[in-house]
Design a binder for this molecule. Structure first.
Ligand code: 5GP
Length: 204
C-alpha cells in the first residue's frame, strides 16, 4: 500500500557542535526513503569533509550567482560564510515521495517556514551550554576565535526555539534519534498525509 504521495520536508536546526551530523547519520542508517539535502557553502572544508558529500563547497562568486539566478530555496550568512539550499533537488525528491532533511541554521529555517509552512521544524539542543562548549573544543577543528563565535551564535539561536514545532535534546545520540523518529512517525500518521490511504479504504 502506498503510504503517501509526496515526501515530508524536515528542517533540523541546532547550534554548531550540538551533534546534529552524528544524529543525522544514525537516523539515516535506520530509515529508508530519506534524503539529506547537501547544502552549498563558501566555508572551507574541515578535515575529513568531502565535496558533494557533506557540502558542495563553492566560491563566494559561485554562490552569489546561485542567489542571482534564484536557485536557492533559502540562504543565510553564518559566521562569515554563505550557506544555502538548492531548490531543484529538494522538489525532485519530495515529488518522488522521498523525505528530505535540511540541516540549516535559524535564519534559513525562518525563510523555509515562510515558503513551506507544511515542513516539520525540529530544534536540537545540548543538555547544557557547558556541554556544547566542551563538544566544540573536543572536535578540534576550529580555532578558539571561531569556537567563541559559534558559542555566541548558539545563544542567539536559542532565542528562536519558540519558532520551531519540536525540541529534541541530544544528551545521547540514540535518545535524540528515537525522538526524531517518533516525530516523523507522528507526522506520517497525520490525516493530511494519509489521504490516499483512507480514500482507498473507504473507496472515496
Ligand atoms: P557548519 O559550518 O558547522 O557545518 O554549519 C554552520 C551552520 O550552518 C549550522 O547551523 C548548519 O545547520 C547551517 N547550515 C548548513 N547548511 C545550511 C544551509 O543550506 N542553509 C542555512 N541557512 N544554514 C545551513
Amino acid at each position: 500500500m502506498k503510504k503517501r504521495g509526496k515526501g515530508q520536508l524536515i528542517v533540523l536546526s541546532g547550534p554548531s557542535g550540538v551533534g546534529k551530523s552524528t544524529v543525522i547519520a544514525e537516523l539515516f542508517s535506520q530509515r529508508e526513503n530519506i534524503y539529506f539535502s547537501i547544502s552549498y557553502t563558501t566555508r572551507q572544508p574541515r578535515v575529513g569533509e568531502q565535496n558533494g558529500v557533506n557540502y558542495h563547497f563553492v566560491t563566494r562568486e559561485e554562490f552569489e550567482g546561485m542567489i542571482a539566478r534564484q536557485e536557492l530555496l533559502e540562504h543565510a550568512e553564518y559566521v562569515g560564510n554563505y550557506y544555502g539550499t538548492s531548490q531543484k533537488v529538494i522538489d525532485e525528491k519530495l515529488e518522488a515521495g522521498i523525505d528530505v532533511l535540511l540541516d540549516i541554521e535559524v535564519k534559513g529555517a525562518a525563510k523555509v517556514r515562510a515558503r513551506r509552512p507544511d515542513a516539520l521544524f525540529i530544534f536540537v539542543i545540548p543538555p547544557s551550554f557547558e556541554e556544547l562548549s566542551r563538544r566544540l573544543h573536543a572536535r578540534n577543528t576550529d580555532s578558539e576565535d571561531v569556537i567563541q563565535g559559534r558559542l555566541e551564535k548558539a545563544r542567539e539561536e536559542f532565542s528562536q526555539i519558540p519558532n520551531y514545532d519540536y525540541l529534541v535534546i541530544n544528551d545521547k545520540v540514540s535518545n535524540a534519534v528515537e525522538e526524531i523518529s517518533a516525530i516523523l512517525k507522528a507526522s506520517e500518521c497525520k490525516v493530511a498525509n494519509r489521504e490516499t490511504i483512507y480514500k482507498g479504504v473507504f473507496a472515496l
